[in-house]
Design a protein around this ligand. Structure first.
Ligand code: ATP
Length: 287
């Protein structure tokens, strides 16, 4: 076997709360994560050469600033691997969108090279290693539905949700994660996400309760500065979404729909106003 094709899946946050800032600058969080059926297509080839990265999105770096490249270098250096790799990425996940596209590419490369190079790390060890690349990488290795605590690396798998249809809308604004956290004033917040209610909704496999409990503490920060966030939420609800929320640090907003047809109807209308609209569903087949 000299190559592996792997789908690097995006995630959404069904619920996201920030508990506080740690002395090292990271934030302790509690979030319910969900993989979705929107993915980058990643081919990893084991070679005799160096680590080389190819990507159809020419705006992305191809060096150590790319998490996929960094993932390969991390394994190579940590385990003194003599072999190299060609990594080909077809980007389908919008970049800097709150969907963990980069983290997922990094996770996919770790999984693929762990096999191709015969390193043989367990899933748990691979997740521990992945944390060095970013707080979302361990979850991206695990996938499915999960509660993430700590800085995102303390993971508790949750029962699979029934397949649930969603519409994602990414507005044409750039929101940096750093900016959102800088403007988050936890002391001033009265309305906090109920993470336990979301966990229960997932455990009950109750999509309506999931939709009702969608909540993101970072949304208040982004929505205050960018009215388009609220406008998209209203648009989704107006088109029949059972609930809607911003994912991660944004700016992507998603809504949950009762079935595929309802999601497609809403997407057709929203696409007249917004450039990046995706119909997708939850994805729960853990690797
Ligand atoms: P998160 O939800 O974890 O905050 P995100 O979806 O907001 O992530 P990404 O798409 O992962 O953001 O990209 C954020 C930045 O990371 C981009 O500015 C990009 O230059 C850089 N980056 C590094 N590697 C990648 C990659 N493989 N794909 C996309 N972006 C990458």
């Amino acid at each position: 076997m000299d190559h592996i094709d792997i789908k690097a899946r995006a995630k959404v946050n069904l619920a996201l709360d920030v508990l506080g800032r740690r002395p090292d600058g990271y934030h302790n969080v509690r979030m319910v994560m969900q993989s979705i059926d929107l993915y980058d297509e990643v081919r990893v080839v084991s070679t005799d050469g160096d680590i080389r990265l190819y990507c159809d999105d020419k705006s992305l770096p191809l060096d150590e600033n790319n998490l996929a490249y960094r993932a390969a270098m991390l394994l190579k250096e940590r385990f003194n691997v003599r072999r190299g790799a060609d990594i080909h990425i077809r980007k389908n996940i919008p970049v800097a969108a709150g969907l963990a596209g980069g983290s997922s590419d990094g996770a996919a490369v770790l999984k693929a090279l762990n096999e191709l190079w015969g390193i043989g790390l367990s899933g748990q060890k691979l997740m521990e290693l992945g944390l060095a690349l970013g707080a979302d990488v361990p979850y991206c290795i695990l996938g499915g539905t999960a509660l993430a605590e700590g800085i995102g690396e303390v993971l508790t798998p949750l029962p699979d949700l029934p397949k649930t249809w969603m519409v994602l809308v990414k507005p044409e604004i750039d929101i940096s994660t750093k900016w959102v956290y800088t403007h988050l004033d936890l002391d001033k917040l009265t309305d906090r996400p109920d993470i336990d209610a979301m966990v229960k909704a997932v455990e009950d496999r109750d999509i309506r309760a999931v939709a009702e409990n969608l909540s993101n503490v970072l949304e208040s920060v982004s929505a205050r500065r960018y009215p388009v966030i609220e406008a998209i939420k209203n648009g989704l609800t107006g088109m029949g979404a059972l609930g809607s929320v911003m994912s991660g640090s944004g700016p992507t907003v998603f809504g949950i729909f009762k079935d595929r047809a309802a999601a497609q109807r809403a997407a057709r209308v929203l696409a007249m106003e917004y450039g990046h609209v995706y119909v997708t569903s939850t994805y729960n087949d853990r690797v």
